[in-house]
Every structure is written in structure tokens, then in C-alpha cells.
Design a protein around this ligand. Structure first.
Ligand SMILES: C[S@@+](CC[C@H](N)C(=O)[O-])C[C@H]1O[C@@H](n2cnc3c(N)ncnc32)[C@H](O)[C@@H]1O
Ligand code: SF4
Length: 323
């Protein structure tokens, strides 16, 4: 059976308590969450980027920062995940960057809304091959649910595109294809149907929970979608379980488009910044006092002591998963 190249790394991340991880910290993070842009072409109402509440300046990564990151990580066996608070494929050099990282022996992953993926890009991914793993993001399990949260009528076009990539890839080695969605209060039978249908055109289907608390009602301009959001919120029972062990600070680090290095990929406002690639390095930040302090606080379960962690929950019901 086909396996995701990142699976071995995910497995080690999923193993152990925070205390065990503190005692056996890797010398270098196993995964780099890599945000080459925080611009986005969508306005999803559940997303701080889409709704415009993310406070960080927006921009695109420069070649200089990209190369500094690649040069540092190439000597380690790490995975580079092209994902952040924006849509990576908006960066004009996204495919070039993925190809270069891959050529340097780095395991590569892309999480995307899929809208900007062209036939040419798919060909590069499959024939290069330059990408180990790709995850397409949906919201909801049908066209209506998708349209409400993503404010775009894109469900069936995205499904068609994934089917095309799945067929182009066929038995070839790469990329491993995942369809990921998050739900609110959909019925189990409908969720099962989605999983069955989506499963025919990808290698793995993941269903998590949509966090509607990140949305801001007054910023949803479309009246129908705002009313729907109120209704969805009133019905949703959020899974407010904390992670058994934070999936970020013990194994992963995040690099932003401007070179900022932060302790968590979900740190929307840059509150957990550890340094910047211009004056520091991933290794220095990973082994620095700030990162160590976050690890200690979270190992003691003091989530509410860290502003960015206060409202962070295991909405996928796993420690890390293949996301
Ligand atoms: C911030 S997006 C960035 C990548 C890309 N633009 C995309 O949509 O896949 C990363 C992931 O976060 C998910 N996401 C964003 N806001 C969410 C929320 N409030 N609840 C659950 N998932 C969310 C998206 O569906 C996507 O899978
Ligand atoms: S979820 Fe992804 S596609 Fe939607 S607004 Fe956020 S970054 Fe953009």
C-alpha cells in the first residue's frame, strides 16, 4: 500500500508525553512549517487570514530567506511543509522552491486550497517528481457547506482537479494525495458518504472540526453566510480537548515569509516569535531559552499562561495526524 513519505516522522511526533519529549529533544526540529506567503486569494470566514483579523504584515518570501532556510535544513533529515497562514501557490516561485528543496533531498509537502493549481504544476509534481505529499483543503462535506465557509462555489471544481491529479499520478511514486476537510455539525451518514467518495480520488481522507470561534461575525459581509455562521455556531459542540502533548514545540518549528521563526504554526499574530533568519538560525531558535520556556510551560499543562495557546484545542482529535 502507498505510504506518505512523512508518515515515519509523524509517527515519532505522535509518540511520548511532553515530559518524555523534554528529556529526548531532537537537536533539530523534525518538521519545518514553511510559510512562503500569508497572502491569500480566498476569504474563508473561519480563517483569520480570510476574514482579515490576522495582525501580521503580509508579504512574500524573498529568494535570500528561502536559500538561507534551505541551506540550513538540507543537512538534516527534515520535512519542509509548505503551509502557513496564506496560500503558498500565490507565491510566483512556489513550484520552483518546492523543486529546489526536493532536489536538495528534503522531504516536501504542500497544503493548498487547490484553486491556483494548474495542469503544468501537476505535471511537475508527478513527473519531476518534486513533491512527496499534497493535501487539499475543503470545508464541510458538500458544495453548500464549502460555499458558506469558503465563500466560493468551488467544491466540484476542486474535486475534479484532484481526480485529474490522482489519475495523472496513477501508480507513479509521488505525490501522496490527501483530502482534508473540517466539519461543524454534519450528520454521520453524510460524512461517511463524503469519505467514501473522496476516498476514490486520493490516498487518504481526513476529517477534523472547524473552529468557528476564530471567525468575526461583523466582518462577514455576505448576509446569508453571516446568518449561516450564527446558526452553525449555535449548533456546534466544539471539541475543546487539549492536546495530550503539544504537537509543535517539541518536534516542529515554523518559518514565516519575512524570515521570522516562531514556536507554533498557529501563532497567527506572531506572539511566539523566537528570532529571524536574517540575524539568527533555526538551530539557534530551536535550542534557545524562549523555545525552552514554552516547552516547560506546556509540559506543565499551563496552556492559559501563553496568549497564543489559550484557545488552541485538538480539533482533529489526534496529536498530530498527517495534516
Ligand atoms: C490556514 S490554511 C493555509 C493553506 C491553504 N490556504 C488552505 O486553505 O489549505 C491551513 C489549513 O487550515 C484550515 N483552517 C483554517 N481555519 C480553520 C478553522 N477555523 N478551523 C479548522 N480548520 C481551519 C484550512 O482548511 C487549511 O486546511
Ligand atoms: S483557509 Fe486557506 S484558503 Fe481559506 S482564507 Fe485561510 S489561508 Fe486562505
Amino acid at each position: 500500500m502507498r505510504e506518505n513519505k512523512l508518515k515515519e516522522i509523524y509517527k515519532t511526533i505522535d509518540t511520548g508525553t511532553a515530559q518524555e519529549k523534554m528529556a529526548n529533544l531532537p537537536k533539530f526540529p523534525k518538521i519545518i512549517e514553511f510559510e512562503i506567503t500569508n497572502h491569500c486569494n480566498f476569504n474563508c470566514i473561519m480563517c483569520p487570514t480570510g476574514i482579515g483579523t490576522a495582525r501580521r504584515e503580509r508579504g512574500y518570501m524573498s529568494d535570500a530567506i528561502f536559500h538561507k532556510v534551505i541551506d540550513e535544513i538540507a543537512e538534516h533529515k527534515v520535512a519542509l511543509k509548505f503551509v502557513g497562514q496564506g496560500e503558498s501557490l500565490l507565491h510566483p516561485k512556489a513550484i520552483e522552491y518546492i523543486a529546489e528543496a526536493s532536489a536538495r533531498g528534503i522531504i516536501t509537502h504542500l497544503t493548498t486550497n487547490g484553486s491556483l493549481l494548474t495542469e503544468e504544476m501537476m505535471k511537475a509534481m508527478v513527473d519531476g517528481p518534486i513533491l512527496d505529499s499534497i493535501k487539499f483543503s475543503f470545508q464541510g462535506i458538500d458544495a453548500e457547506g464549502y460555499e458558506i465557509l469558503r465563500q466560493k462555489d468551488g467544491f466540484s471544481d476542486l474535486m475534479k482537479k484532484i481526480k485529474r491529479l490522482f489519475e495523472m499520478r496513477g501508480e507513479k511514486e509521488k505525490p501522496y494525495i490527501t483530502i482534508g476537510t473540517s466539519i461543524t455539525n454534519e450528520k454521520n451518514e453524510a460524512i461517511d458518504d463524503f469519505i467514501e467518495n473522496a476516498g476514490k480520488i486520493c490516498d487518504k481522507v481526513e476529517v477534523g472540526m472547524t473552529n468557528l470561534e476564530t471567525s468575526e461575525l461583523s466582518l462577514v459581509k455576505n448576509d446569508r453566510n453571516r446568518e449561516k455562521l450564527i446558526e452553525l455556531r449555535s449548533k456546534q459542540v466544539m471539541n475543546k480537548k487539549r492536546y495530550v502533548c503539544c504537537p509543535q514545540v517539541y518536534d516542529t518549528i515554523t518559518v514565516r515569509w519575512n524570515g521570522d521563526i516562531t514556536a507554533c504554526c498557529g501563532d497567527i499574530h506572531g506572539l511566539m516569535n523566537l528570532g529571524n533568519m536574517a540575524t539568527s538560525s533555526i538551530a539557534d531558535c530551536w535550542n534557545g531559552d524562549k523555545e525552552f520556556a514554552y516547552r516547560k510551560v506546556l509540559a506543565e499543562g499551563r496552556y492559559t499562561d501563553v496568549e497564543a495557546c489559550k484557545n488552541c484545542y485538538d480539533v482533529y482529535g489526534w496529536t498530530y495526524g498527517d495534516n
